[in-house]
Ligand binder design. Structure first.
Ligand code: FES
Length: 102
């Protein structure tokens, strides 16, 4: 049964920024794209880099370790669209951001 876990206050992650956090025993990368929140598995599939500490430009996050890029809306790797990184549904209720875990 899916679990909805509060991960942050919306005000803690301003538009255009990313945040690494732990929730439900997982590293999660939370992104704010113009007020819309998205969440990916925070561990980069290349070599385990922290995607939540990456640079966000538009909907694309760049991993700080070696520069792999992912679309935070779809989880697609920007060089290989068939390589999908794990995403989590996000809900905003009032001032709080929640991530849904399977
Ligand atoms: S660990 Fe992310 S690009 Fe290498």
């Amino acid at each position: 049964m899916p679990r909805l876990v509060r991960v942050a206050a919306a005000s803690d992650v301003p538009p255009g920024t990313a945040r690494e956090l732990m929730a439900d025993d997982q590293v999660v990368a939370l992104f704010n794209v113009d007020g819309e929140f998205y969440a990916l598995d925070g561990v980069c599939p290349h070599a385990g880099g922290p995607l939540g500490e990456g640079t966000l430009r538009g909907t694309v996050v760049t991993c700080p370790w070696h520069g792999w890029q992912f679309d935070v809306k779809t989880g697609e790797n920007c060089l290989n669209r068939r390589m999908l990184h794990k995403r989590f549904p996000v809900k905003v209720e009032g001032p709080d951001v929640f991530v849904e875990f399977p």
